[in-house]
Design a protein around this ligand. Structure first.
Ligand SMILES: Nc1ncnc2c1ncn2[C@@H]1O[C@H](COP(=O)(O)OP(=O)(O)OP(=O)(O)O)[C@@H](O)[C@H]1O
Length: 309
């Protein structure tokens, strides 16, 4: 990968509040998209906003960008209205399904976007961080799906914003693009930038985020480090091979969730794994290749978004 020389670092004061949502409510007709949402992100944090489809993640980001107004509550970025010009100059966003003018080259688009910011990162640095050097002179309309996402990322960072909003940034990216993208995000974080992203790829959030906020039906249902969110649901994963079918597995005591994978292995989550295993042994159920492991973030996510419905 090309080495990037970044311009001088102008950190926002670390630990101060960058994003604040206070008791925010947003309705679309009779549908409540956000319901008393309170969320605070400090400068320098990388926060992953997770939630099933329709949980309200994109709506929350639209409010933070000042594109949508709350029906109740307050939204502030660096203590001010997100629509204020001095705040907008400190924000970068990579949103879903953005239409870009096809006829301009990658470099031309980045040059235009950089001109909107008072102290931009520079076009070459953005190209490097998004791994787009080779495509710099290509017209935007010729880019592949993954390259278009990388261009959206480059456009979001070219102004060197203090806060970066990334809505499902890695959708359509292949393995190399994802790696380049995460390297870019980590380089920005090393410069003290604040990042709030949404994703459905839980392992990415688990690996990269300082904090995970799980939303369901417009509310925050968990907020903490990845380890704390995993631990908060108090479930353990128990995996084994058995002759029991899914109905038999689900009817076992102390089982929170059960599924069979493609190989026919049973994946259970349980709050009382010892009692579950004791029951299986006492009943003489044949189990082979037993694995007991801490719950994954996916296990926690499924538990949190199921029980809070
Ligand atoms: N402009 C709109 N008009 C009407 N309803 C809307 C509008 N925008 C969002 N909604 C509804 O608000 C709810 C929250 O949507 P939102 O897009 O914020 O969810 P999300 O968590 O981002 O979902 P996904 O993971 O599918 O992107 C959904 O029920 C959605 O249908």
């Amino acid at each position: 990968m090309t080495t990037t020389t970044l311009p001088a670092h102008h950190p926002a004061r670390s630990g101060h509040e960058a994003i604040s949502l206070q008791s925010v409510r947003k309705r679309y007709g009779t549908l409540t998209a956000l319901d008393d949402l309170t969320l605070s992100v400090r400068t320098g944090e990388l926060v992953a906003l997770l939630g099933p489809n329709g949980a309200g993640k994109t709506t929350a980001i639209s409010l933070m960008l000042g594109q949508v107004q709350p029906d109740a509550g307050h939204v502030q970025i660096f203590g001010a209205d997100p629509r204020a010009a001095h705040v907008r100059a400190r924000i970068g966003a990579m949103l879903q399904d953005v239409a870009l003018p096809d006829g301009l080259s990658v470099r031309e688009l980045l040059t235009l976007a950089a001109a909107l910011y008072p102290r931009p990162l520079g076009v070459d640095a953005a190209l490097d961080l998004a791994d787009l050097r080779a495509q710099a002179n290509m017209r935007a309309g010729r880019l592949s799906g993954g390259q278009t996402r990388r261009l959206s990322f480059a456009l979001a960072i070219v102004g060197d914003p203090d806060v970066l909003f990334l809505d499902e940034p890695t959708v359509a990216m292949d393995v190399q693009s994802r790696e380049a993208f995460w390297n870019g995000v980590h380089a920005l974080r090393a410069r003290g930038r604040t990042v709030l992203l949404t994703t459905h790829y839980l392992e990415e959030a688990d690996r990269a985020a300082d904090r995970i906020v799980v939303m369901n039906a417009g509310r925050v249902v968990a907020d903490g480090t990845p380890a704390a969110v995993r631990a908060s649901v108090g479930v353990t994963r128990v995996v084994f091979t058995t002759d029991l079918d899914l109905t038999g597995l689900r009817s076992l005591p102390h089982v929170e969730s059960a599924r069979l994978d493609e190989q026919g292995r049973a994946h259970l989550t349980s709050r009382e794994p010892e009692a579950l295993l004791a029951h299986l042994f006492a009943r003489g159920v044949t189990i082979r290749d037993l694995e007991v492991a801490r719950a994954s973030l996916e296990d926690a996510f499924l538990t949190l978004t199921r029980t809070s419905n």
